[in-house]
Structures are given as structure tokens and as C-alpha cells.
Design a protein around this ligand. Structure first.
Ligand code: PMP
Length: 378
């Protein structure tokens, strides 16, 4: 196993030294003034990243906890909800809602497809009486970034709440909570926000907050009210780490960060295509979170991911669920530079060549660097 390691999965992602340092500070009591000041700042900074003036709540859980909270705080037993999914994480919304006995109308697209806003609107109208719509912004299992803005335009005026999973997109691609009219946006620490796993958060619009007061599903530790007032001990060190990460991100500027991610996505796609590989994720700038690359026929994608790790020290993602063994996913969110992307492409090339694939050697890194330096149009 090579000593030098590269982490290019779409979460967890590498953590900058400033964040590691902040997390190793002496423990603070969560009810003391020092931690309260940090928590207030983190909520304000998260509000800036989420582009909302509404409430931001923190949960000591992974992203799924904030997803579950967005179901149990909004809905009552038997409520009808619409889930539009095109991959593993979209389907998770349906699983959570079914666990609570909700009446789930599931508009299920094949993995890798893009959600079609007009079809969501049509299903919403056809189903009638839908209390909330649940969608995913960046579908990490496929690399597709869905057009949440267009979806929001079509859901607006229906009376249904719109809830968005932005676990892998927040901080990487544009998302404007208030301007787009998103009622609830959930995300987590371990992706583009460059912090270790274990902290989730959620924006909650005034209307969603008001609805939670009468929502009838049972809840305790995931209650938005408890999360808002730190009713149980928060993940103190993670909050301190996130504070440092958000300072870095906002210091860079959101637009600059989105531009950086666009370039990294371009570099990764250009490198894969130059090698003669087929992209599974869309070949478009909005697909700036994770690039999913099809493994050539007759080659086992799981063995490729293993070989990249064992021979080049590069940890990439494989295919999940029905895509297991068929794709390699290179994440390029958070504390990632083009050198990480070229290291990943070189490792992929080596692994494929060793497995007998017909890949053109040496071209991926050059193509990636060229695409990275191309001017980016938003
Ligand atoms: N949604 C998306 C889009 C994700 O990428 C993930 C994590 N890969 C989750 C939800 C679940 O988050 P967690 O694993 O932190 O619970």
C-alpha cells in the first residue's frame, strides 16, 4: 500500500489543516458563552452559504438525520408526499417517508436520469393533496445535479412544501434557498464543506417552521425545536471545525468556489474522455460534484477501485446499488485541487491498463490540465 494517500470520494472529503487544528482546540462547554458565540457564527455562516435569512438548525447526526428530521417535523401520519428520485439518495427520501407510514407518491426515474420539472408538476397535480415534495439536488450515486431551481418554479403555488437534499451540493454548485423558494434544505459536514462526518444541518423557512408546530409524526431528538435550542449536547468539536471550514469557503467567495468546482468537473470529464472512456454522469458544467465514469465492458469496476487504492493510494468511489461494478466515481468537492484530479485519473489509467483495458496511455492528465485552465462560463 503506497504511503501517500489521496481521498477522491464524494464524501467524506479531505479536511484542510485549518479545520483539523480548530477541531483539536480544548473542549468547550456547550452552554458557555464561548461555544454559543461559535455556534451563532456557524449558523450565520451556514445561512450565507445556504443563501437564506431563515433558521438554520444543527444536528449531531450524519446527513440522513437531517433528512429524517425534514420528514418527521413537517408531516402527520398518513400525509401524502411526492418523492422524485433518480438514484440511491433520492430513493432514500421514499424509504424514510414509508418508514413513517406516509402515503408516498414515487416518481421514480432510472438511475442516471435527470428529474424533469414538468413531470414533477404534472404528478403533483394528478396526485392531489400532496403535503410536501422531496427531491435531491446532487444525486451522488450518479453524478447528476438536478435543476432544483426549475423544480421549485413548478412546485411553487401548489401549496406543497419543497424539501431539498443538498448533502453533496452545498458549497460546490449554486443553490439559493430563499430566492428559489426552498422550504427546507438539508446538508452535511463531510462533503463540499470540508469537515469530518457527523454534523448535519437544515434550513427551515418560516412556513415550514409554522407547519412543524402542528405536524403529528412522533419525534424526539430530531425535533427541530430541540435542534434549534441545542436540547441535547451538540457535536462541539465538529461545530468548531465547521466554523473554520466556513471561514475558508466564504473567504474564497461562493462564486469563486463554484467556479473552482466547475473547472475540476471539466478537468475530470476531459481526462476520462481523452482516455477513451464513456462518461456515465452528464458531460455538462453543472455536474461539478462527482464524475461517474463507465468501466469498459468485461472489466470489473470493483477491482478497478481496489487496484487504484492498493497500487496508487487513491481512494475513489465505486458504483452503488444497481451500478455496483459498472462505474468509478471521482469526487471533486471541497478541499480538492486539480492535482488530486490528475492523480485520480492517472491511478484509473494504471488500474485499467493493468486489467487489460484498451486505454490510450498518458493523455488523460494532459487533457485534464488543459480543460482546467479553459475559461469557465457560468
Ligand atoms: N444525500 C446525498 C445526496 C448524499 O450524497 C449522502 C451521502 N453520500 C446522503 C444523502 C446521506 O448522507 P449521510 O451518509 O451523511 O447520512
Amino acid at each position: 500500500m503506497p504511503a501517500k494517500r489521496y481521498l477522491v470520494t464524494p464524501g467524506p472529503t479531505p479536511v484542510p489543516p485549518e479545520v483539523v487544528a480548530a477541531m483539536s482546540a480544548p473542549m468547550l462547554h456547550h452552554r458557555g458563552p464561548e461555544f454559543q458565540a461559535i455556534a451563532d457564527r456557524v449558523r450565520a455562516r451556514l445561512g450565507d452559504v445556504l443563501q437564506t435569512a431563515g433558521d438554520v438548525l444543527l444536528f449531531a447526526s450524519s446527513g440522513t438525520g437531517a433528512m429524517e428530521a425534514a420528514v418527521v417535523n413537517l408531516c402527520s401520519p398518513g400525509d401524502r408526499v411526492l418523492v422524485a428520485s433518480a438514484g440511491r439518495f433520492g430513493e432514500r427520501w421514499a424509504s424514510i417517508a414509508r418508514s413513517y407510514g406516509l402515503d408516498v407518491v414515487h416518481l421514480r426515474y432510472a438511475w442516471g436520469e435527470a428529474l424533469i420539472p414538468g413531470e414533477i408538476a404534472a404528478r403533483l397535480e394528478e396526485a392531489g393533496g400532496v403535503h410536501a415534495v422531496y427531491v435531491t439536488h446532487s444525486e451522488t450515486s450518479t453524478g447528476v445535479v438536478h435543476d432544483v431551481r426549475a423544480i421549485a418554479e413548478r412546485v411553487a403555488g401548489s401549496g406543497a412544501f419543497l424539501v431539498v437534499d443538498a448533502v453533496s451540493s452545498l458549497g460546490a454548485v449554486p443553490l439559493e434557498t430563499d430566492a428559489w423558494g426552498l422550504d427546507v434544505v438539508v446538508s452535511g459536514s463531510q462533503k463540499a464543506l470540508m469537515t469530518p462526518p457527523g454534523l448535519a444541518f437544515s434550513s427551515v423557512s418560516a412556513a415550514a417552521k409554522a407547519a412543524s408546530a402542528t405536524a403529528g409524526l412522533p419525534r424526539f431528538s430530531l425535533d427541530w425545536g430541540r435542534a434549534g435550542s441545542f436540547g441535547s449536547t451538540p457535536a462541539v468539536s465538529l461545530v468548531m471545525g465547521l466554523d473554520a471550514a466556513l471561514e475558508l469557503l466564504l473567504g474564497e467567495g461562493l462564486e469563486a468556489a463554484f467556479d473552482r468546482h466547475r473547472r475540476l468537473g471539466r478537468a475530470c470529464r476531459a481526462g476520462a474522455k481523452a482516455m477513451g472512456l464513456e462518461l456515465f454522469s452528464p458531460d455538462e458544467d453543472r455536474s461539478a460534484v462527482v464524475t461517474a465514469i463507465r468501466v469498459p465492458a468485461g472489466i470489473d469496476g470493483k477491482a478497478i477501485v481496489r487496484s487504484m487504492r492498493e497500487h496508487s493510494g487513491v481512494t475513489a468511489g465505486g458504483g452503488q446499488g444497481e451500478l455496483a461494478g459498472q462505474i468509478v466515481r471521482i469526487g471533486h468537492i471541497g478541499h480538492i485541487s486539480v492535482s488530486d484530479v490528475t492523480a485520480a485519473l492517472a491511478a484509473l489509467e494504471l488500474a485499467l491498463a493493468a486489467a487489460g483495458a484498451d486505454v490510450e496511455r498518458g493523455v488523460a492528465v494532459r487533457a485534464a490540465l488543459a480543460a482546467h485552465s479553459d475559461p469557465v462560463r457560468a
